[in-house]
Design a protein around this ligand. Structure first.
Ligand code: 13P
Length: 252
């Protein structure tokens, strides 16, 4: 089953607007002529419009690092799906572990965000992942199952290309401790089987599952060679133009 690989850069709370535009231009340059994969960048909200303008026509997708479920209203600090679409975003990261663990976002809230993004026509990238304590207690699969089932509650999938899951083990984020390719494949296969239960096999095998957590230019190839790893969600290494250029050019 054909799944177009997606290499995504999550810039988190980094870059001023001018830094963001410069980095975005180098990502567009590095992505030129790569027809067999998609590239996405998620700058901070303040730089989104300028970045979307800078990469216009390059094929590079631009995403919000979060998105609200409502179209408008009294939601101080939030950004509506329509606002992201208005400036050229096509995707939104939802349920990132930093949102869950630092800002207390719940599965119910994350589920509403996924629904809101999807209804508006944004591709939700639903992030799930276990903490170190949960892995050591052998609760990884239980945690992934709960986060996936609750995050996707009531979500129907008409086009499997319009939903992306990101497996990001919390212990691998920003630590330099990447999951081994075997650990990544095991978790991704588990997620795909679960997607087959929630939807159906034919849909599950078309949904992209990204790996995130200390992805760099040295480990990306081995990760991308795993059968169920369809892309990468890259944090720190996405802020370095040369390194991210090499990640975009992963070799299977
Ligand atoms: P690092 O690549 O810095 O570990 O961050 C991963 C991440 O959280 C991407 O969303």
């Amino acid at each position: 089953m054909q799944r177009t690989p997606l290499i995504a850069g999550n810039w988190k709370m980094h870059t001023t607007t001018s830094e963001a535009v410069a980095l975005a231009k180098s990502v567009a340059e590095a992505s030129r002529g790569l027809a067999d994969r998609q590239v996405m960048i998620a700058p901070p909200f303040t730089a989104l419009a300028a970045v979307a303008e800078a990469v216009k026509g390059s094929g590079v997708h631009v995403a919000g690092q979060n998105v609200c479920w409502a179209e408008k209203g009294a939601f101080t600090g939030e950004i509506a799906p329509g606002m992201l679409l208005d400036i050229g975003c096509t995707m939104a990261i939802i349920g990132h572990s930093e949102r869950r663990h630092i800002f207390g976002e719940t599965d119910a809230m994350i589920n509403k965000r996924v629904a809101g993004a999807q209804a508006a026509g944004l591709i939700p990238i639903l992030c799930i992942g276990e903490t170190l304590a949960e892995r050591e207690a052998e609760r990884t699969f239980a945690v992934l199952e709960a986060q996936l089932r609750q995050g996707l509650a009531g979500i129907t999938v008409a086009d499997p290309a319009q939903l992306v899951i990101a497996y990001e083990p919390v212990w691998a984020i920003g630590t330099g401790k990447t999951a081994s390719k075997e650990q990544a494949q095991e978790a991704h296969a588990f997620v795909r089987n679960l997607l087959a239960e929630i939807y159906e096999k034919n849909i599950a095998c078309q949904i992209r599952i990204l790996y995130g957590g200390s992805v760099n230019s040295d480990n990306v190839d081995a990760l991308m060679q795993q059968a169920d790893v369809d892309g990468a969600l890259v944090g720190g290494a996405a802020l370095k133009a040369d390194t991210f250029a090499r990640i975009i050019r992963f070799q299977k």
